[in-house]
Ligand binder design. Sequence first.
Ligand code: NAD
Ligand code: MG
Length: 299
Amino acid sequence: MATDDQLTFRNPVTRFPEISPPKQHQSEPGLDAELMPQTDRGEQSYRGTGRLEGRRALITGADSGIGSAVAIAFAREGADIALSYLPTEEEDAQHVNSVIEQSGRKAVLLPGDLAEPDFCRQVVEDAALELGGLDALVNNAGRQIAIEQFEDLSDEQWTHTFEVNIHAIYRISKAALAHLPAGATIVTSSSIQAYEPSPTLVDYASTKSAINNFTKGLAQQLAPRGIRVNAVAPGPIWTPLQVSDGQPKGALPEFGKSTPLGRAGQPTELAPAYVFLTSTESSYVIGETLNVNGGTPTP
Ligand code: NAD
Ligand code: MG
């Protein structure tokens, strides 16, 4: 007989508490260390079963939020990890670094700005050098700045969002191809915004649509070489992105409540999707967008 606690944990409605985050602000990029309430990135809960044994993964935006949960899960599944993040996120990156090392795997810290084309290429070379090769790439870094009025969306913001969210994916994936052997994988972080753009996220949502399309096109080209490309499209997940102008402030207390499940997702709930698409179990899954969004219908 299952205990009450086990039943609560199994039920997706009650597995994690429904949160009503207080209005708060951090400058971009936010820190998990300062987020209220804190998130679950799987430190205590994610248990691996050797599904990524010996893999060598570069994960961008691996310091916090979804990327940090993916990094922790990959390490628990047996992979060594290169973590890409912005220099101001050192505190969060050190936390993930220590969790990976406690899990018995190697972590390589590679701070730098992915809006710079040269750094996109450098981070791949450094990851491959320090990990002794590269056979998994997770293009997860992204920026999201809500703008209420279209007239206030500046050229600078439009360009910056495209640089980080999609141009960097193109540059990193291209540089990684020099290292990725048959059997390697690329997973990109898309979004529900690719299909259901919020009125305040015109630039961001456009990049996410581009990521879905990029993923499906590149997947077909690389499949004959034995390299699989897929995407994960998260719904509303509680991460520092949301409090560093990712949402209008007034929207924070209601964040995620309009999903069929009725609550925001936790970063650790995304990790199994990335593990699945990176592991050999998904060998016949190519060019797919795996939606992890609390039940919102997608095309
Ligand atoms: P997050 O803030 O924890 O992660 C985003 C990361 O992107 C940052 O930690 C940072 O390291 C990285 N980044 C941003 N600008 C960068 C730059 N110029 N150079 C290098 N790195 C940079 O937030 P998250 O929500 O975990 O976001 C991860 C991904 O998930 C993003 O692509 C985001 O668009 C996507 N996503 C998030 C949600 C959500 O609700 N949180 C929903 C759908 C998609
Ligand atoms: Mg971060």
